[in-house]
Design a binder for this molecule. Structure first.
Ligand SMILES: [Zn+2]
Length: 495
């Protein structure tokens, strides 16, 4: 067991992250407001793998088991408390759209020699190594990624206090930053999604303008109870109660009521004040949003309004609901289950059993621009289906523990006729990793009729690998879904 601190990602950054941020002069900004444009499509043909079993002449029954290409996979060495990095990287390996994304970046790099995207390139190299099909235990190292990150941030990644979620967040933010040199929307990180937030005042029932926000990790707070379903957590997290909000609608309503009460024939005050009050009445009657932006002098007038019994500065604040809706579901939905609890003295780990499924169904909503500045949600009734590809688990306490990863095996098929095995999953194209462009031989697809290939029984029975650094074992879906207590990050891919 290695020791790490398990931190509260939203409230407190880890020390190492702060060190990185400080050294980098705050260059790490939250990625928000990126334009949503089309995604590039890059198709990777399934790689034909010449059957090792055949070439090695190991086809007899006794050795068949030990030569299975899905029995084990490449592990990652844990040199200095690296399990949070190892698990974070392994979880990315089976994500087809992420592989396709990295391949398209690699082709851009081959096309334009002046382009430099070091993290993308080295991540592709690492994923390539981890996707290799092997028969015997082998291990690779995350050192290339660690040194690339340390070089980019001119700092050292501390191994004392670390969290797989924070590492992944930093990794993704760095990818977004590197990607910014390419024209917007040409290639999109597959984890990128968009949520729309709006506020509803419980007192007056009016709403705010919808604010669109980009995300790459979907953050969820695990409820403090013995067990909960993931779909319920997603649903409940979309509705959050916030206390003490200054609702503009309630404030203006109060002022106008007070004015009517004081003088039913018209507004009080001098001409300037009458102008302001007439303005307030007009916006009030014209679908006023609870956070609408009004001119500074008007805002000042509202906030300092004090006449008779009406004093806006002393007015009771509103309780509001913040509604979060998925406006653009990403290709890879990366969920972080925040299990941090503060009991007033210290942080503890929330042991809630989170029940999740192999297939996750979500509803994507659309936003309708009904008039300038006014947007409403409409239910698009489009259901998005996701399949579980990876899981990062954390065991131990809030302050120390161990990270492990489950990742889906590739889609291997065997040719009934000649024993050839093909990998139908996307893999990093080795030719694209070379610095010089190479003539790629275009393989004829489907030269062998698909009915000649059949599923491999061991892949069907054990579709996952469980990776704890260099130790790898096969796993059933049931075992993965049983990680209710320790599930920390979930990687779902659109199907
Ligand atoms: Zn209100």
């Amino acid at each position: 067991m290695t020791k790490y601190t398990y931190l509260v990602p939203n409230d407190r950054q880890t020390q190492w992250l702060n060190v990185l941020l400080a050294k980098n002069g705050g260059a790490l900004k939250k990625i928000t407001g990126l334009t949503i444009l089309g995604v590039s499509l890059y198709i990777v043909s399934p790689t034909l793998i010449i059957s090792l079993l055949r070439t090695l002449g190991l086809r007899d029954k006794d050795t068949k088991e030990s030569c299975r290409l899905d029995r084990t996979t490449m592990g990652l060495i844990n040199a200095r408390n690296d399990c949070f990095i190892n698990s974070s990287l392994q979880a990315l390996v089976p994500l087809s759209s992420f592989t396709v994304y990295l391949n398209s970046i690699l082709s851009k790099l081959q096309e334009d020699k002046n382009l430099s995207l070091p993290l993308h390139k080295n991540l592709a190299k690492t994923v390539y190594e981890l996707q290799k099909l092997i028969v015997d235990s082998e291990s690779y190292s995350a050192e290339l990624i660690i040194s690339t990150m340390e070089h980019i941030f001119k700092g050292t990644i501390s191994r004392q206090q670390n969290d797989a979620h924070e590492f992944t967040q930093l990794l993704l933010e760095t990818l977004f930053k590197e990607l910014a040199v390419l024209p917007k929307g040409v290639i999109e990180v597959p984890m990128k999604g968009v949520v729309g937030n709006h506020l509803i005042c419980i007192r007056c029932g009016h709403i705010s303008q919808i604010k669109e926000e980009m995300f790459s990790i979907y953050e969820l707070n695990v409820p403090q109870c013995s067990s909960s379903k993931l779909t319920d957590i997603i649903h409940n997290n979309q509705l959050e109660k916030i206390e003490g909000y200054s609702c503009l609608y309630c404030e203006i309503n109060m002022i106008l009521k007070n004015e009517n009460y004081r003088n039913s024939d018209g507004f009080t005050g001098d001409d300037e004040e009458k102008r302001k009050l007439r303005y307030l009445k007009e916006v009030f009657l014209n679908n006023l949003m609870i956070n609408q932006e009004l001119p500074d002098d008007i805002m000042h007038y509202i906030k300092s309004y004090k006449r008779g019994y009406c004093d806006i500065s002393k007015m009771e604040k509103s309780d509001i609901f913040r509604k979060r809706r998925l406006l653009q579901c990403p290709k890879v939905l990366l969920i972080h289950l925040s299990r941090s609890m503060y009991n007033g003295m210290a942080y503890t780990r929330n042991p809630c059993n989170v029940e999740f499924e192999n297939i996750l169904e979500l509803e994507e909503e659309q936003m309708l621009q009904s008039s300038p500045g006014e947007k409403t949600f409409i239910n698009s009734n489009s259901k998005i289906r996701y399949e579980l590809k990876s899981l990062v688990k954390h065991t131990g306490s809030h302050y120390q523990g161990h990270y492990q990863c489950y990742r889906h095996k590739p889609k291997l098929r065997i040719n009934k006729e000649n024993g050839e095995i093909i990998n139908r999953s996307s893999v990093i194209d080795n030719n694209l990793l070379k610095d010089d462009e190479v003539e790629v031989e275009v393989k004829e697809e489907n030269t062998v009729p698909s009915q000649s290939f059949k599923k491999i029984k061991s892949v069907e029975t054990y579709p996952f690998w469980k990776l704890s650094d260099t130790s790898i074992e096969e796993s059933t879906v049931k075992k993965v879904l049983n990680e209710k207590k320790s599930v920390y990050m979930l990687y779902y891919e659109r199907i």
